[in-house]
Design a protein around this ligand. Structure first.
Ligand code: ARG
Length: 572
C-alpha cells in the first residue's frame, strides 16, 4: 500500500462527513510537507464556508495519529501532511520483502489489445513508427505486469491499392532481385522506384490497376508475390524490433489483410442497422456529433465508390473482431496525433453499431512528432525522412564510444553490450520521458548525457548500486529496522514507497513521462543519499538499514526501466 492511498483512505471519510458527499481528497506530493491535499479549496464554494474552516474540521475528524507526525492547515486551506518515521520505516520494510515492490496485481484483470508499431509493407519505418513502437511496447509491458491479458496487435499496412504497383515492380525486377533488394532493408528505394514508374508510365499504371483487381480476386500467382513482399518486410521489421529490444514477435502481426473476410459482414451489419448512407457514390456512416469545421457532418467512408474498402473499413472490422471475438474491453491505439479524427469517427461508428459498448472502450494513445535540432520535422541530411535504423545505429555507436572512453577496462564484447543498452535506452527514454502529446526535439548531447533526466543517468545510478553489492555481497538482513535519522534517508524512503502510486496512475493515463520522472527523482534522491550517508562504512544496524535502501532502489530502478523497455547493465 502506498502513502497516497493510505492518506487518501484516512482523509476521504472525514471529508465525506464534513461535506455531506463523497470527496476525493486529491493527495499529492508537496514541497511544503511530504504530502498535501487541496480538496478543501474546491469545496468552499459548494459548502459556502471558508476553506480553512473546512480543512480544520477535516483534520479534527481524520484519524492520522499513527500515520502522520504533523498535519496542519496552511495558506488558503491546504492540508499539509508530514509522515511519521515509524510509519515510513514500516512501509519500506514491507517493500523490502515484496517481490512486486508495492505494485500488486490488478484486482480487475482485463483483456487489452495494444495496437502499435504498425509500419507499412515495402516502406521504411520512419521515426513516427519509432514513437508508436516504443510507447506501445511500454504499455504492453506495464499492463502485462499488472496482470492484464495483453494482446499485441501489429496492424501492419499490408493491403490496398499500392500493392498493384509494388507487385508489378517486383515482376519487372524478377523475384530473386526483388527479394535481394528487400532483404537488404532497402525498402524505401523499392517503393520509390515503383512509385516513379507508376507516375511516369501509363502502361505500368494500367498493369498496376489490373494487378489490384487480381489481388483482391485471390489470383494465386499474385498472392504469392504479395506474400513475398509481406514476408520480406516482416523479416526486416523483426530485425528492427530485435535491435530496439521490443517485445513484438512474428506472432503479433495482424495486418490489415487479415480483416479481409470480415469487411463484407461489417458492411452488411451496418446496412442492416440502417447506418449506411450513400455520399458521392461511396457508402458512409455519419456518426452523431462528428462535424467538420464548416459544421457539416463528417462521413466515415466504409466502401469507396469503386467498391473497394479502405483504412476505415479495416479499422471497423478490427474493432468488431477485438471486442467480439477476442473479448477485449480496453482497446489502445498507439498512433500519431494526426490520425485523431480518423479514430474519433471509427470509435463513434463502432459504438453506434454496437461493437464498442461498455465496459469495452477504445483510447487513442496519440503522440506528437520528433523534431530535429532546428525545431522542424526531423530530416536526414539528404532531406528525406530519417531511417529509423540509421538513427538507432548512430545512438549505439555514440554510446559505445562513450562507454569505452569512460571505462577503458571494458573488454570489446562488454563495451559493445553496454553501448547497445545505453544507446538504445537513451533513444527510448528520450521519447518516453517527454509528454507524448507534444513534439520533442531529438538532441544527441542531452539524450546521452550522464546528467539530467536521461537513461544513462538512471543506468549509472543502478550500476553504482550494483558495485556496492559486488563488495557487500547480498542484503543479509532484509528485515532490518529502517533507520531514517538522516534527511537524505527519509527523502529516499519517501520516493521508494511511491512506486505503486505512479504505476497505478500510468496504467490509466499511459503517460510514461510520469514514470520516467518518478525514476529520475528516485535516482536523484539515491545519489544525494549516497553522497551523505556512508553505507559500507556504517555500523551494524545502520549499515543493514542502508543496504536495504540501496537494494530496494536498485530493484525499483531495474523494474521501472524494464517497464519502459530499457536495460540495466551491471557496470557502465
Ligand atoms: N499503418 C498505419 C500508418 O503507418 C498505422 C496503423 C495504426 N493502427 C490502426 N489500427 N489504424 O500510419
Amino acid at each position: 500500500m502506498d502513502l497516497e492511498k493510505l492518506l487518501t483512505d484516512r482523509l476521504a471519510p472525514a471529508f465525506e462527513t464534513v461535506a455531506g458527499l463523497p470527496v476525493d481528497p486529491v493527495v499529492r506530493r508537496s514541497q511544503r510537507a511530504d504530502f498535501q491535499s487541496d480538496a478543501a479549496l474546491a469545496l468552499a464554494r459548494r459548502l459556502g464556508r471558508p476553506p480553512r474552516a473546512i480543512a480544520a474540521e477535516v483534520l479534527e475528524r481524520a484519524e492520522l495519529a499513527d500515520l502522520c507526525a504533523a498535519a496542519e492547515v496552511s495558506g488558503p486551506g491546504f492540508l499539509n501532511l508530514t509522515v511519521a518515521d515509524s510509519a515510513l520505516g514500516g512501509l519500506v520494510s514491507a517493500l523490502a520483502t515484496d517481490p512486486r515492490l508495492g505494485v500488486p496485481e490488478t484486482a480487475a484483470p482485463e483483456t487489452v489489445v495494444v495496437d502499435y508499431s504498425a509500419p507499412n509493407v515495402a516502406k521504411e519505418m520512419h521515426v513516427g513508427h519509432l514513437r508508436s513502437t516504443v510507447i506501445g511496447d511500454a504499455a504492453a509491458r506495464l499492463l502485462e505486469w499488472r496482470g492484464h491479458r495483453v494482446i499485441r496487435a501489429n496492424h501492419l499496412g499490408d493491403w490496398g491499392t499500392p500493392f498493384g504497383m509494388l507487385i508489378e515492380h517486383l515482376v519487372d525486377l524478377g523475384e530473386a532481385e526483388a527479394a535481394r533488394e528487400l532483404s537488404m532493408g532497402d525498402l524505401d528505394s523499392f517503393y520509390r522506384t515503383a512509385r516513379a514508374k507508376f507516375d511516369a508510365d501509363e502502361a505500368f499504371r494500367e498493369r498496376s490497376r489490373l494487378r489490384v483487381v487480381a489481388l483482391q480476386g485471390g489470383d494465386e500467382a499474385t498472392l504469392r508475390w504479395w506474400r513475398l513482399l509481406v514476408e520480406q518486410s516482416e523479416r526486416y521489421f523483426l530485425s528492427v524490433y530485435d535491435l530496439l529490444d521490443v517485445t513484438l514477435t512474428e506472432r503479433d502481426f495482424q495486418g490489415e489483410s487479415s480483416y479481409n473476410d470480415l469487411l463484407g459482414p461489417v458492411v452488411d451489419d451496418l446496412e442492416r442497422l440502417g447506418l449506411l448512407r450513400q455520399s458521392d457514390g461511396a457508402a458512409c456512416v455519419f456518426p452523431p456529433g462528428s462535424v467538420g469545421r464548416d459544421g457539416e457532418p463528417l462521413p466515415l467512408i466504409v466502401r469507396k465508390s469503386d467498391g473497394g474498402y479502405g483504412y476505415p473499413a479495416t479499422d471497423l472490422a478490427a474493432i468488431r473482431h477485438r471486442t467480439g471475438t477476442l473479448g477485449a474491453t480496453r482497446l489502445l491505439y498507439v498512433v500519431g496525433l494526426p490520425q485523431r479524427r480518423h479514430f474519433e469517427l471509427v470509435y463513434a461508428a463502432a459504438a453506434q453499431a454496437g461493437w464498442l459498448s461498455p465496459p469495452a472502450r477504445a483510447e487513442h494513445v496519440g503522440f506528437g512528432s520528433i523534431l530535429g535540432p532546428d525545431g522542424r520535422m526531423l530530416r536526414s541530411r539528404a532531406g528525406g525522412s530519417v531511417k529509423l535504423v540509421a538513427l538507432l545505429e548512430e545512438a549505439v555507436a555514440r554510446a559505445t564510444a562513450l562507454a569505452r572512453a569512460r571505462n577503458p577496462e571494458l573488454g570489446e564484447a562488454e563495451a559493445a553490450e553496454v553501448g547497445r543498452a545505453v544507446g538504445i535506452g537513451a533513444v527510448k527514454y528520450a521519447d518516453l520521458s517527454s509528454d507524448r502529446h507534444k513534439d520533442y526535439v531529438l538532441d544527441w548531447e542531452r539524450m546521452l548525457s550522464l546528467d539530467g533526466n536521461t537513461a544513462p543517468y538512471l543506468q549509472y545510478a543502478y550500476s553504482r548500486i550494483r558495485s556496492i553489492f559486488r563488495r557487500a555481497g547480498v542484503v543479509d538482513r532484509p528485515d532490518a529496522v529502517i533507520s531514517l535519522a538522516e534527511p537524505a534517508e527519509r527523502a529516499l524512503a519517501i520516493e521508494l514507497v511511491g512506486f505503486g502510486a505512479v504505476v497505478d496512475e500510468v496504467e490509466r493515463s499511459l503517460e510514461f513521462h510520469h514514470l520516467a520522472g518518478y525514476l529520475h527523482r528516485l535516482a536523484v534522491a539515491f545519489n544525494a543519499f549516497y553522497e551523505r550517508c556512508p553505507v559500507l562504512r556504517a555500523d551494524g544496524p545502520v549499515r543493514q538499514s542502508r543496504l536495504v535502501l540501496c537494494d530496494l532502489t536498485a530493484r525499483v530502478l531495474r523494474q521501472g526501466l524494464h517497464l519502459l523497455g530499457i536495460r540495466t547493465p551491471e557496470r557502465l
